[in-house]
Design a protein around this ligand. Structure first.
Ligand SMILES: [Zn+2]
Length: 842
């Protein structure tokens, strides 16, 4: 009797706690009836791992909003009992660790779900798939797992997904409204696609600027799967996309990688045909840009694929499609579930070949690197900071590096000039050789030019690492003798006594971090507007001078705080016992400007590009740790601008920015404000009264351009319809690298030399500023260093301003036509943005 009572009181789910429950049994609703919150998904995965002896959870980190990141590993019980040996065998086959693989050959399939948070079916599908894999009664899956390990990540981007799920659940009608015009299909800014800082995690695999990517790829590199699938969703009227991918393929994608993609696609087609489901292949989704969830695995030896289901944030629980049908969440997750299992099936049926081709990918690369060059030299004359930061990025990607053990002179390609010639390798220079396990990844990332077989790509076309880091570097055909790189030794030394001032040259983002630290501790800092010489050492413009004068209020703590900061950020300070310099301006001169701690307003919201806003937000909070006040575009008109020293308008269309607000911002600048305008926002200010920014230098130039366009438009009237997409490319400059001439005597360019490699993302051109400083300029199309630029866009590179500062009254408008913070990976641009915020206008 008592037993019966307990049975009645216990919830159903706990009665059979040791038996595998389906998602419906566990959640209390059928998959597809609602979107599941992330914590419930995690609980379900834990339940599966608790009751299924062949499933193991590996937690690998936390998101910015502290949601857990995890994968489930599933295989046969036999494989699970020797999981770590199988994993190591795989790394031995790749040559990533030494030794000979001794165990049996198993395939490793990694399924990644919901990288884009509002493509929210994927995680629901992941629950259905883990259940099918853990279910001992499922004969097919159990047979596949005999020779296959499945690693299943239910959600790469939990913060973004929960943002969507919370919004959907609080917005949707009681009964799903399939009318695509209802608000449950219209997600508001910023949407759930991105992570906490509004980064697209499907563009971040190689750069790992976000904590989710960094944590995941650490785990990924411990496994190096043979097949990787990234599950996505697309527009509601595009039924389903699966492999093979579209051209352009990177030229290093192997025949086998293409062949297996095709085999997998054919297997999917079989299931889709049987159910009369629509699909397409070989369109839109290409394999080029190295930082996607399909390309990055591909360059790491896997068959990397993107699957796209119709749905996306406009899918809701049910939505009407253009053919009059209704697409439900249940349909969507069934399709992703089908392709997930079908992928495992093909992998399992081809394990021997998959493993041997995977091994071949790595041994071939190591023996005979693809491409023109096989060795990359980073001379030790480069800034230590840049080299050290490059090293830690290489480590994150599992790319080996060493140093040259002897000096020699050899023919090579010089990145800085873009020309071939004699180069000198010096003992101690950093060397990245392509003769290593990660050879293909090295080649893709370091080559000066990516071969583009077709310019119709989905993303940027240039990313060569020496330009990203602004490094003097060479690419060589031959080898150089190597020795192991020494560990980085901290170079700071504690300065004892009470010097008159501390001095720090201004070179890069680590100096910015140190400055932010000084602000945080209320230390008064000066910046030298002119170069100076002291104790036989030359200091460039931008050097920080921290005098005791002005910091007396800190007493003896002053020295302690400065030394602690120097240690924390590995800054080599110089102590000076005098303010009297041997050349240049003394420390008490007006050329030693106090760097005022700015109060910063950063504009977000409707009209602002969420990625562009997120990059700046992330820069302040996570890269240099300096607080900003975030303002929303919907109340920007009504706040007192004078509370702020700096206002930043990230790229966007800024529909809210009317004449009155432009005028108000101008008045605020006139009285001393600093307005930073970035990227596409320049269009909003071009040719506006009161601002000096124009698209053309003169009326004649404008007329000539209009005439040319008119003639061209006439000649293009007869272009064939079939070329419609391609002809649009002529205006495109998306993601090429250009050499920008720099006036480094201006505070905006302190810390740079006379050129800067900029990532050009738009072809829009602006004339030299008539009143103000044209700090970064392009003269003509010879500035193009790498990547694709359409012929019309090339013309627009003539005599244009890229970075400029206009003085209005006591304030400044800072124009950054190219975005130096793009995706947080353009390392060399960070200081430029820091200068705009902290140094200009002091
Ligand atoms: Zn997506």
């Amino acid at each position: 009797m008592r037993k019966v009572l307990i049975r009645i009181l216990l919830p159903f789910s706990m009665l059979f706690a040791d038996e595998l429950q389906s998602p419906a049994e566990f959640l209390g609703y059928n998959l597809g009836d609602n979107f599941t919150y992330h914590h419930r998904v995690v609980s379900y995965f834990e339940h599966v791992a608790d009751v299924a002896s062949n499933v193991k959870i590996i937690p690998y980190g936390k998101t910015y909003e502290e949601r857990p990141l995890l994968v489930a590993v599933i295989s046969s019980e036999e494989n699970m009992s020797m999981l770590d040996n199988l994993r190591k065998d795989n790394l031995k086959r790749a040559g990533v660790i030494t030794g000979k693989a001794s165990g049996k050959k198993v395939g490793i399939v990694w399924l990644s779900y919901n990288v884009h948070g509002n493509e929210a079916n994927s995680t629901e599908a992941a629950m259905k798939t883990i259940h099918a894999l853990a279910n001992k009664n499922n004969k097919s899956t159990q047979a596949w797992l005999e020779n296959t390990i499945v690693i299943l990540d239910p959600c790469i981007n939990p913060d973004g997904r929960d943002r969507y799920v919370h919004w959907f659940r609080m917005t949707a009608n009681r009964w799903p409204d399939a009318d695509p015009l209802s608000r449950e299909h219209m997600e508001p800014w910023p949407g759930g696609r991105t992570n906490h800082y509004y980064f697209d995690l499907n563009r971040d695999w190689a750069w790992q600027s976000q904590t989710e990517s960094e944590s995941r790829i650490k785990l990924y590199n411990k496994w190096l799967p043979h097949v990787h699938v990234d599950f996505h969703e697309q527009g509601v009227n595009n039924p389903y996309f699966f492999a093979p991918a579209s051209e352009p393929y990177h030229e290093y994608v192997t025949d086998w990688q293409k062949e297996l993609q095709t085999m997998i696609g054919q297997n999917h087609a079989k299931y889709f045909d049987k159910n009369n489901w629509l699909y397409f292949t070989k369109e839109v989704f290409d394999l080029l840009y190295p930082s996607y969830g399909d390309t990055y695995p591909t360059y790491n030896g896997a068959i990397g694929m993107t699957y796209e289901q119709a749905g996306h944030s406009r899918g809701g629980l049910a939505v009407e499609t253009e053919d009059g049908d209704t697409l439900t969440l249940s349909d969507r997750l069934t399709h992703h579930h089908t392709t997930g299992l079908s992928t495992i099936e093909v992998a399992s049926n081809n394990v021997d070949q998959i493993v041997s081709e995977f091994t071949k990918f790595f041994t071939d690369g190591k023996k005979n690197p693809k491409g023109e060059y096989s060795t990359y030299i980073i001379p030790k004359t480069n800034q230590d900071d840049k080299v050290n930061d490059l090293k830690s990025w290489l480590d994150k990607n599992g790319i080996e590096h060493a140093v040259a053990s002897a000096s020699k002179s050899i023919q090579g390609f010089k990145y800085l000039t873009g020309k071939k010639g004699q180069v000198k390798v010096t003992k101690g220079d950093m060397v990245v050789s392509a003769k290593q396990a990660k050879s293909v990844l090295v080649q893709v990332l370091f080559e000066p030019q990516t071969v583009l077989r077709d310019s119709m790509t989905y993303d940027i076309t240039a990313w060569s690492i020496p330009y990203v880091y602004g490094l003097d570097a060479y690419a060589l055909k031959g080898d150089v003798k190597l020795s192991t790189a020494k560990n980085l030794t901290p170079k700071t030394k504690v300065i004892t006594g009470s010097p008159y001032a501390y001095i720090l040259p201004w070179k890069g983002i680590n100096d910015l971090k140190f400055l932010a630290y000084l602000f945080k501790h209320d230390i008064v800092t000066r910046v030298s507007i002119e170069p100076f010489e002291l104790d036989n050492r030359e200091y460039s413009r931008g050097t920080l001078v921290i005098t005791r004068k002005g910091n007396e209020k800190h007493g003896s703590i002053f020295d302690e705080v400065v030394n602690r900061g120097a240690k924390k950020f590995n800054r080599l300070l110089t102590a000076s016992t005098t303010g009297l310099v041997s050349k240049g301006k003394d420390f008490g001169s007006s050329s030693m400007r106090v760097v005022k701690r700015p109060k910063i307003g950063l504009v977000s919201g409707d009209g602002v590009g969420s990625y562009r806003y997120g990059e700046i937000w992330h820069f302040f909070e996570r890269q240099i740790e300096f607080p900003v006040t975030v303002l929303s575009s919907d109340y920007l008109t009504s706040i007192p601008k004078h509370d702020f020293d700096v206002i930043i308008l990230p790229g966007g269309n800024h529909g809210y920015l009317n004449k009155e607000l432009l005028n108000e911002l101008r008045h605020w600048v006139r009285s001393g404000g600093r307005l930073i305008i970035m990227d596409s926002t320049l269009d909003k200010f071009a040719d506006q009264k009161g601002f000096g920014l124009t698209k053309f230098a003169t009326v004649d130039e404008k007329k000539a351009s209009e005439k040319k366009n008119k003639e061209r438009n006439l000649s293009e009237r007869l272009k064939p319809y079939r070329d419609r997409q391609r002809s649009r490319l002529s205006q495109n400059a998306y993601g090429s690298i250009v050499k920008v001439k720099i006036d480094n005597s201006h505070p905006l360019a302190f810390g740079y030399n006379d050129q800067y490699f900029s990532l050009k993302l738009r072809s829009n051109r602006y004339a030299y500023l008539p009143r103000g400083w044209n700090v970064g300029t392009i003269q003509d199309s010879t500035a193009i260093i790498s990547g694709f630029v359409g012929y019309k866009a090339q013309e627009d590179l003539r005599e244009s301003m890229v970075f400029g500062v206009e003085n209005i009254g006591r304030g400044r408008v800072i124009y950054l036509a190219d975005n130096p913070l793009f995706r947080a990976f353009w390392y060399n641009g960070k200081l430029l943005f820091g200068n705009a915020v902290f140094i200009v206008g002091n």
